[in-house]
Design a protein around this ligand. Structure first.
Ligand code: AKG
Ligand code: FE2
Length: 308
């Protein structure tokens, strides 16, 4: 589809210390109405197009849901959300310039009435990161594992009433390395204490730390839930999604240098080392697009390690 929005893709407003504290205290932020109406309409149309395309070839699951990994490679409008100023300022502000999106997905979840044995779906993101990067507790004590990635969730349908398949989370739980896991079906069905559903309107966004304990929930309403999730991590961490990049495509040609970094491109002659933030000679590579962008705007900050 044609891109109709013309507002600048980037709005590099730095975070305040209070913004950072709020995020780190709660493990997530709800940003009401941050996505422009024009963009929301574009994203909804793309979500519907991709749903219909995947439905036509039988790629929905048994609940009729689409969970499309590597979503930004299927849509220019999605890829252009990677550095959408009002959400992206939290990403570089909290994680720095040496980042990309290793994992991003579109979720379209129609109502699903069928009764199912309830499953416990509470988790932290990152799979082996929750084991491999663990601190040796006998020596260090029980300290929170590292964040390593964070995610933007863009709301594309009205989920302002409970029961519409919202993501659930436990505020502040990102600092806990483990969570109680019941086996009793009744307890599983009831869910954990303190769970909060993300009630929101189209155009709202959530930013969340991958350590935040969260769960999907069943959509028992009459409304289809539509969300675009984009995770960002360091360039020295490998991709999660299979995201083949066609460098001859119109999609690729339309991406800005920062967007190309965010889909996982490396720059210069030393492509592998470049993922570590360096160029030839082993020096920090000031031409890495997001670093260059922040530097030009005077937003690198020696007092914040990831913005050095
Ligand atoms: O679909 C959802 O509500 C949650 C998905 C999830 O666990 C995630 O995006 O990390
Ligand atoms: Fe998750």
């Amino acid at each position: 589809m044609t891109i109709t929005s013309h507002e600048p893709a980037t709005d590099y407003a730095p975070l305040t210390d209070a913004d950072r504290r709020e995020f780190h205290e709660r493990g997530y932020l709800h940003l009401p109405g941050v996505v422009s109406e024009e963009r929301v309409a574009e994203l909804q149309a793309e979500a519907d197009r991709l749903y219909e395309e995947h439905k036509a070839v039988g790629h929905l699951d048994k609940t009729g849901s689409l969970h499309l990994l590597g979503a930004v490679s299927h849509s220019l409008a999605f890829a252009r959300m990677l550095d959408y100023g009002p959400t992206f300022r939290y990403i570089w502000g909290l994680a720095g310039w040496n980042i990309y999106s290793q994992h991003n997905h579109l979720d379209v979840n129609p109502p699903y009435e069928e009764d199912e044995t309830p499953r416990w779906e509470w988790h932290q993101d990152g799979w082996r990161q929750n084991s491999d990067a663990e601190y040796y507790e006998a020596f260090y004590g029980n300290i929170p594992r590292p964040m390593l990635s964070l995610k933007v969730a863009i709301v594309l349908s009205d989920i302002s009433e409970p029961g519409r398949g919202q993501t659930l989370c436990i505020p502040g739980s990102h600092l806990n390395n483990s969570m109680y896991r019941p086996t009793d079906p009744e307890e599983i069905a009831k869910g954990p204490e303190g769970a909060v559903p993300w009630l929101a309107k189209p155009g709202d966004a959530f930013i969340f730390d991958r350590r935040l304990w969260h769960s999907r929930s069943r959509n028992r309403s009459q409304f289809t839930r539509k969300m675009l999730f984009m995770s960002y991590t360091y360039r020295w961490i490998r991709p999660v999604d299979d995201m083949p990049i066609d460098r001859d495509s119109a999609w690729y040609a339309a991406l800005t240098p920062v967007q190309r970094q965010l889909i996982g491109e490396a720059f210069g002659n030393l492509k592998v080392q470049n993922m570590w933030g360096v160029g030839e000679g082993g020096w920090i590579d000031d031409t890495i697009p997001l670093r260059a962008e922040l530097k030009e705007r005077g937003l690198l900050d020696r007092s914040i390690p990831w913005l050095r």
